[in-house]
Design a protein around this ligand. Structure first.
Ligand code: GLN
Length: 277
């Protein structure tokens, strides 16, 4: 079968998905080990049998709900192409807001010490380290598989001002930080969101801290107090209905300059504050 024939049949199968056409192209390009543009440049190319079979398998797995990022093993985040596996959360576009807000505060030639708690694939840590080469970024995670993957991503992207260490939130950190940033688990265990879409295949502990959706956000706000430099920033991603609660958590712990920003969908998504100087 040719590229054109494969795409036609896969598009029909994936028709019920909103981005079925694009996904068929992404998966076929992945199987061919080529950029997507090749599919347009050479639609009459015969697809070798082995690659055809792999493509059919991936289409079936996609039809059963597996996230496209786990099928291709990669996802774009910020300007980086990251390797992702089912050991880590798939980086989300809304998390780019966290990066954007951090970059607004870190001077271009800054030499900040930055910690990314629950780093997963390393997405946030790597985006910050790549944009601010003078800074030193430390990522932590309780999953050894995540730490290994984040390290592999750093190596593949040749980002050297970053390192990753196994351990819970601030536990592996030493010294004081100018910025502590995190996209922690914040979805309540009984939230129906967890049984939909990509979430069904992602590590539950990366999505949900348990029954209390604020548990991880609270722990991080408390632990960070002992690790921020005077005037250092704490910045947290959270759920759309958690802005007020997170501002409360920071206020109780006497953070100052507390702010919340909305994501592209208009949801409160990132809240931050500063350690008293
Ligand atoms: N924003 C993600 C979602 O709604 C959750 C990410 C997280 O828990 N940190 O699927």
């Amino acid at each position: 079968m040719t590229v054109r024939q494969h795409l036609k049949s896969a598009r029909d199968k994936l028709a019920e998905l909103s981005s079925g056409r694009l996904e068929a192209e992404v998966l076929l390009a992945h199987c061919l080990g080529s950029p997507r543009s090749l599919l347009y440049a050479d639609p009459d190319l015969e697809v070798p049998n082995q690659r055809s079979e792999l493509f059919q398998q991936l289409i079936e797995r996609r039809l059963s709900g597996e996230p496209i990022a786990y099928l291709t093993g990669s996802r774009e985040f910020w300007s980086l192409s990251l390797k992702v596996t089912p050991d880590v959360l798939i980086p989300r576009p809304e998390t780019e807001l966290l990066v954007e807000l951090a970059l607004k505060r870190i001077p271009r030639d800054g030499r900040w010490r930055i910690a990314d708690l629950g780093t997963g694939s390393g997405a946030v840590a790597l985006a910050l380290a790549s944009e601010r080469r003078g800074c030193r970024v430390f990522g932590t995670d309780t999953s050894q598989a995540a730490i290994d993957l984040a390290g592999e991503n750093a190596q593949r992207l040749a980002i050297e001002n970053v390192s990753f260490t196994l351990g819970s939130w601030c536990k592996p950190l030493t010294g004081r930080f100018n910025l502590i940033i995190s996209n922690p688990p914040y979805v309540a265990r009984n939230d129906p969101h967890l049984s939909k879409g990509d979430c069904r295949f992602e590590p539950l502990r990366a999505l949900s801290p348990g029954e209390d959706s604020l548990a991880a956000l609270r722990s991080i706000a408390s632990e960070s107090m002992g690790h921020l430099a005077p005037g250092g920033w704490l910045m947290l991603e959270h759920g759309p209905d958690q802005g007020e609660a997170v501002r409360g958590i920071l206020r109780e712990r006497e953070y100052t300059d507390i702010f919340t920003e909305r994501d592209l969908l208009g949801h409160e998504r990132v809240t931050g504050g500063r350690m008293n100087s």
